[in-house]
Design a protein around this ligand. Structure first.
Ligand SMILES: Cc1ncc(COP(=O)(O)O)c(C=O)c1O
Length: 385
């Protein structure tokens, strides 16, 4: 683990294990509440196990090999990655069983994936066109290795995947023709469903996508190409997917951390919240504005602000909300009954959107109760390539 000199993580390392270290962190620092995180990991694993559906969590939310290992230890069937750079960084960090969940268009990246596969990476890829099947097959065979292949289906997201069953059959046939590819299944990610807040409305949108998917699966079966794995879904739909039994596995990402964008989503239809806010960004009050507000040292370079504003916690109590105040600063709007926090106070803020927030940090500061207990490297930080 290489710590950048003068970075918050290097300055915080001596605090590991010290009582009260959590409230003395140098900031801005991405903080992982270990107890909430472990409950989130266990809860999803238990829900899927009970429903008889597998889970292949998406690493786009955490980009961290240690978290991928813990998800595998909780029973995951593999780990999804959004980009080749993310997948390769996690492999180098010690994770394996990695599936690239989006089609790509680069011979150099396909070659890099095949080289990693030849070095022991077990890699799954998705295909949505015949020339991509040929490109993966050629690279795998040149490096003496194999890729597991999923045919990508579009059930309403309009981002990738084929929307016709005939095209899906043609792709699956092309995959089975290649000795260096193994046809393992299909992917149908229903992204538009995930953040629908009401449970009944989300169930109805998920059912609609599942009807399209079932029709395509029927044609694949009739052609003798029934997929072994039907992958899709996410944090918002995993319970519904377990009930519907159309997907055989789900790809939840945000559940490990949660964020303000997911907070209003009634995930289990029980009024929520089923998953706790494990990811926070710790910031320090560095001054007071002339209008009397506490100003913190974290703005849009420490939080991705594409979601509802962060809640601010001090010692477990909700003390305010952040109002953005530029790239490097935030302003705390206090909750009723709370005044302006003193300069030097370290507070923890929830995040508007976890995936792009994690991409801004090198390390997770893992905390439990009052202590900093570990630093986990975010190996794929910045790997949007
Ligand atoms: C292909 C794919 N699968 C799964 C997910 C995970 O979604 P969530 O964070 O809502 O669980 C995403 C998120 O964008 C995705 O693109």
């Amino acid at each position: 683990m290489s710590l950048k000199p003068f970075g918050a993580a290097a300055l915080n390392q001596p605090l590991i294990g010290q009582p009260g270290g959590r409230s003395r962190l140098e900031t801005p620092a991405a903080v992982l509440d270990l107890d909430i995180f472990e409950r989130n990991i266990a809860r999803l694993a238990q829900t899927c196990k009970r429903a008889g559906i597998a889970f292949r969590p998406h690493a786009k939310s955490h980009k961290c090999a240690e978290i991928a290992r813990r998800q595998m230890a909780a029973g995951a069937s593999g780990i999804c990655c959004a980009k080749p750079g993310e997948l390769l960084a996690l492999f180098e960090g010690g994770a394996n069983d990695l599936m690239l969940s989006a089609p790509i268009a680069s011979a150099a990246k396909i070659d890099a994936l095949a080289r990693a596969a030849a070095r022991g990476a077990r890699i799954g890829v998705v295909v949505d066109r015949l020339n991509l099947v040929a490109a993966y097959a050629e690279a795998a065979s040149r490096h003496g290795t194999r890729f597991d292949v999923f045919v990508d289906l579009d059930t309403g997201l309009r981002r990738s995947g084929v929307a016709s069953a005939q095209e899906a059959v043609a792709l699956a046939c092309a995959v089975t023709d290649q000795a260096s590819l193994r046809y393992v299944g299909v992917q149908a990610y229903q992204g538009r469903v995930q953040h629908i807040e009401g449970f009944a409305a989300r169930r109805s949108a998920n059912n609609k996508a599942n009807r399209l998917l079932t029709a395509m699966l029927d044609v694949l079966k009739q052609a003798g190409l029934a997929p072994g794995i039907v992958s899709g879904g996410g944090t918002g739909s995993h319970l519904l997917d377990g009930q519907a039994q159309v997907l055989t596995e789900v790809q939840p990402g945000s559940y490990v951390f949660m964020d303000e964008a997911y907070n209003p989503v009634d995930i289990y239809g029980a009024g929520g919240p089923e998953f706790g806010p494990a990811l926070r960004v710790a910031v320090t009050v560095v001054g007071h504005s002339s209008a009397g507000f506490a100003i913190t040292d974290g703005g849009s370079k420490s939080f991705a602000p594409d979601g509802p504003p962060p809640r601010v916690f001090l010692g477990g109590a909700l003390v305010g909300r952040i109002e953005w105040c530029g790239d490097e600063f935030g302003r705390i709007l206090p909750e009723p009954g709370y005044g302006t926090l003193p300069i030097g106070t370290v507070v923890e803020c929830t995040v508007p959107h976890c995936d792009p927030t994690i991409n801004l940090h090198d390390f997770l500061h893992v905390v439990s109760e009052g202590r900093l207990v570990a630093l986990w490297s975010i190996e794929a930080r910045g790997r949007a390539d």
